[in-house]
Design a protein around this ligand. Sequence first.
Ligand code: AQP
Length: 325
Amino acid sequence: MQRVFSGVKPSGDFHLGNYIGAFRQWVADQEGHDAFYCVVDLHALTEEIDPAYLRQKSFDAALNLLAVGLDPEVSTIFVQSHVPEHTRLTWLLECTATMGELRRMTQFKAKAHGQEAVRVGLFTYPVLMAADILLYQAQRVPVGDDQRQHLELTRELAQRFNNRYGETFVVPEAAVPEVGARVMDLQHPERKMSKTIDSPLGTINVLDEPSEITRKVKKAVTDTDGEMRYAPDEKPGLANLLSLMAVATGRKVDEVAAGYSRYGDLKRDLAEALVEMLRPVRERAAALASEPGEVEAVLRAGAARAHDIASVTYARAAEAIGLLS
Ligand code: AQP
């Protein structure tokens, strides 16, 4: 069976971009794959975050992963910091990567922009991400479009390590969805929907109430020419709404555009479709919230299984690079 690995950072509440760009694929990939899904809490430390908030969001993240439909009997769900090999392998890979390579990462440039004191961890976190993936010898990594460049770096580091020290890592492939790989902010459609950028009206959270979802969709920014066509560069707000409608209804974007002449009608139907798409997630999350012990048990079992695999890969890499066993 092919192995799948992916992760999510518990830096805030999960939004529609995480759901469409990542979680829907994760759920689909459970069938027929050996799937590992990780709450990457160490990545959340790359920027300022309150300790109590991080702890809460890490737990919430695990609960949300169960709520979106991951089955812990089928998938391994765990927290990154519970498996120490993630940081141990990171060091070996940091001594394989170059400063020039990391400087080219566009996410680093975007996140560091305007910050006075940029954390070293923000610079090196793509290497931690490479370690996350390579530890599990994953062939397939379902991610949104924003993670493509990091996946390329992971592949490059794996190949370099294998060439220099002998076959150690599987070289993974990114699996990016065809539609919805980059869900944009509803108020600022030129930038992606994000957990940490403060845009309350532009971000639909996975657990938003139906009335909230409807309000945000109705207020979404479009344009003034009233022309219904899919043109992401010229009409980014409308293109985002059309893509979301396509994903929520399983239709093609052009087909969706052909079915409407007024923006208001599209928004009304989109709000309804999103409410229905997220309803089961909201219901399962509410049920799980009263069973925190269940979530903790999933994470304990997940960490044990993840550790079994990660410790073998780490030992192999350490041996290959010349560490005394
Ligand atoms: N807007 C998006 N559209 C499609 N996919 C997205 N993903 C994130 N935003 C979008 C995908 O969700 C998965 C988990 O992402 P993450 O939380 O680990 O990190 P991120 O990409 O940095 O997400 P955020 O929301 O922008 O978080 P912050 O604000 O903390 O940096 C990934 O597969 C990602 O591609």
